[in-house]
Design a protein around this ligand. Structure first.
Ligand code: MOS
Length: 748
């Protein structure tokens, strides 16, 4: 198949044999935020531990610190009663999450930071924490979401998309009578990010200058947040973050512990490390809200959608609204005569929610794509066919063209690789031994995001090239694709490129969230390389000893470490010679890139098709995912290893969404009852089976020069519903509440 878009394809990137940071990671030289022990004298480092509220609502009346202060190694205890008052009052950092930094004694949720113990060792700090005698004035909490849905209210912070939207097409009135309708309620639970590396901060002050190592997805945001909280000029705050052990959204905002660590360092005038324990990840650093979705669908006898309606009610914190657009797949996936969506929120005494891998689209596809499966069954139409009948040739709600969309090919390719034609549409018909076997599918989708970014490129005297940007690598492959981009632009091998990121002294880049880093940073790296080539040209033209002295800049090119005349490549010299003659100073230039008008004139989005095979034990009803086959349309695949790995990781999380993950908020105490990885289940290798992930690799050059849309998040979308639909196909039991645990399959 020849695609017109392929004709303007950007040049293929060189594929390195392994990740740029692979060797550093497997040999242990890659240091994470909690592992730094310099530049200060090692003995100076002290440790802070956050003490959390044990009630969900009310206030702290008093904290008796005497016993804790006398405990071994304790240096100081910070409480709402002695903590320094911050110049601007309760801070609202750029990540917009409300913080608990000991500025008042109110308690909004069980687990809220209410004191900080600072001690000579981490163990000393943890051991002293229970010695605090805390008295509370407890108030009745707002918990038990599912029994308080009648308290739902409109969002106070509407978010980036309208919470209510109604679209009726001209053909809506003439549309036929419904042959099938769906009117059901679907529930997703609260889920909690659990990156391998828990949050950690190391902070120290030199006078009014603050330096931090922080596990963050956004060094620039951290810097703005800390500068704001402590009323410092931006230049006085330096944030570093060379390696991140996963983020998934929870490290996209500067939470309370970052400011508390800096506050502790200021009080004791020493470098302070504050690392969250795993249970402390459940509450103070965000979660995915729980959603209740009323979904109505109607279709005519040909399967054409007459109505799509999704009304979402979600949990929110009494501290601050966080709205995820779980209704967005209902608006963006299929053409329908009418589309209506709405969002409402129920106040809860829980921590503030936040972005969590594919916020909105994860929950949204998880529920909406079950409803589509139910509609297909009612109509006796194959689920893939139903989706093709309602294929959205343009954005269904905005009526804009797509920048590039090849979802049809995803359905075809993945269905073929999966063997979908062997599926029996009637549930409970396929079995193997004591297992019922089921096939299910769903559509994946996530928007293509991009922001302004800057980068620097330096031609070094030794012939190597340095590229840097104030971005982050969450384990996703940012280092690697920056090296590939520079190598391609400069005609060098990837191992001749040195990459630096995760340092706020580098040119600015956006938050590594919303799957935007590749699409934002790599065009900036490309531009920095182009600018550096121009700089080299200027230097050569001005240099009387250069063979290129006095030529026209437009006639020059730089490739593979040489600068030369385009018309006569033999006339030129090595960049190393040029640099050596000019004081051995690197030739450097900054570059930038930002989205253009495409953002408003078209809709930029990725799509995919996910197929799942499950086995469900006839007796125990234990579901097991045997294989997942998925094909994605994500534009250019920049790196075959790291890219496919991102998509696989997302699918694994989709399986966790379907079968395992749920944070149980105790309806009386408000504490997360399963705040550890033994009780909060995530998939392990045994839970996954085989993954067959392919991409179309069709560049979306209307979106950016590299044609690459981000891939950090789309993998989780659709995967949960594909598993849920496969379980229905195996068992005939339709579970509309995640996670799909054996008890729900037995009960039905
Ligand atoms: Mo992602 S949830 O935007 O880090």
């Amino acid at each position: 198949m020849i695609d017109p878009e392929q004709q303007q394809a950007p040049p293929a990137l060189p594929q390195p044999p392994h990740r740029y940071d692979g060797i550093a990671k497997v040999t242990g030289t890659a240091k994470y935020a909690a592992e730094f022990r310099e530049p200060f004298p090692r003995k100076d480092l002290v440790y802070a531990f956050i003490v959390q509220s044990t009630i969900p609502s009310g206030s702290v009346k008093a904290i008796d610190t005497h016993a804790a202060e006398r405990a071994s190694g304790v240096i100081a205890v910070l409480t709402p009663f002695n903590a320094p008052k911050l110049p601007i009052g309760p801070p609202k950092p750029p990540g917009k999450r409300s913080l608990s930094v000991l500025q008042d004694n109110e308690v909004h949720y069980n687990g809220q930071p209410i004191a900080v113990v600072i001690a000579r060792t981490h163990i000393d700090a943890i051991s002293a924490a229970p010695l605090l005698k805390i008295t509370y004035d407890a108030q009745p909490p707002k918990l038990d979401f599912l029994n308080r849905l009648n308290e739902a209210r409109p969002p106070k912070q509407p978010g980036k998309e309208p919470p209510h939207q109604s679209v009726a097409r001209p053909d809506a009135t003439s549309a036929g009578t419904p042959a099938a309708t769906i009117d059901q309620t679907y529930i997703t639970p609260i889920q909690v990010h659990n990156p391998m590396e828990p949050h950690a901060t190391l902070a120290w002050w030199e006078g009014e200058k603050l330096t931090v190592y922080d596990a963050t997805q956004y060094i620039t945001g951290d810097r703005m947040s800390l500068a704001g909280i402590f009323s410092l000029p931006l230049d006085n705050v330096h944030v570093m973050d060379p390696y991140v052990g996963g983020g998934f959204g929870c490290k996209g905002s500067s939470w309370s512990h970052v400011a508390l660590c800096a506050m502790a360092a200021k009080i004791v005038q020493k470098p302070v490390q504050l690392a969250l324990e795993r249970p402390q990840m459940f509450g103070p650093v965000g979660h995915r809200p729980s959603t209740v979705n009323k979904i109505k669908l109607a279709a005519d006898s040909d399967g054409k959608l007459l109505l799509v309606q999704q009304d979402v009610t979600m949990t929110t914190s009494v501290m601050e609204d966080f709205l995820e657009h779980s209704e967005s797949p209902a608006r963006k996936l299929y053409h329908s005569a009418q589309i209506h969506t709405s969002t409402a929120m129920v106040d809860m005494n829980i921590g503030v929610a936040t972005f969590m891998r594919a916020p909105g689209e994860s929950s949204g596809t998880a529920v909406f794509e079950i409803a589509m499966d139910e509609l297909a069954e009612n109509l006796s139409i194959d689920p893939v066919q139903l989706r093709l009948i309602n294929y959205a040739e343009r954005d269904p709600t905005d009526d804009k063209p797509w920048s590039s969309k090849h979802l049809r090919d995803c359905y075809t390719q993945a269905a073929e690789r999966f063997g979908w034609s062997k599926r029996n549409a009637k549930p409970g018909q396929m079995s193997e031994g004591n297992n019922l076997i089921g096939y299910g599918m769903a559509t994946a989708t996530y928007p293509a995001n991009r922001s302004a970014a800057q980068a620097i490129c330096r031609f070094l005297p030794n012939g190597r090239v340095f590229v840097g940007s104030g971005t982050q690598d969450l384990g996703t492959g940012t280092y690697t694709i920056m090296a590939q981009t520079a190598a391609e632009e400069l005609g060098l091998d990837v191992n001749q490129i040195d990459v630096k990121l995760g340092d706020s002294t580098l040119p600015k880049a956006p938050v590594s969230g919303g799957s935007q880093s590749a699409a934002s940073v790599c065009p900036a790296v490309q531009d920095a390389c182009k600018q550096a080539k121009l700089k080299a040209g200027t230097a050569a033209i001005a240099d009387t000893q250069s063979p290129l002295h006095g030529v026209l800049a437009a006639d020059l090119d730089v490739h593979a470490g040489r600068i030369f005349l385009k018309k006569d490549p033999s006339k030129g010299e090595d960049l190393t010679e040029l640099i050596a003659r000019n004081g051995s100073k690197p030739i450097e230039a900054e570059g930038s890139a930002e989205p253009g008008e495409d953002k408003t004139s078209m809709t930029e989005r990725s799509f995919g098709a996910v197929f799942a095979e499950v086995a469900v034990d006839r007796d125990t009803r234990m579901p097991h995912v045997r294989r997942i086959v998925a094909t994605y349309d994500i534009g250019t695949l920049m790196n075959k290893q790291t890219g496919i790995n991102q998509l696989q990781g997302g699918i694994v999380w989709g399986v966790g969404f379907a079968l395992h993950e749920e944070a149980y908020i105790d309806p009386v105490t408000g504490r997360t009852a399963n705040e550890n990885l033994a009780d909060y289940h995530v998939p392990v290798n045994r839970d996954i089976g085989t993954l067959d992930v392919t991409v179309l690799d069709i560049p979306d050059t209307k979106f950016n020069p590299l044609g690459a849309r981000g891939i950090g998040e789309i993998g989780i979308t659709g995967a949960a519903a594909a598993v849920a639909n496969a379980i229905y196909n195996a068992t005939g039991v339709r579970v509309r509440s995640y996670p799909i645990t054996p008890d729900k399959l037995l009960r039905a």
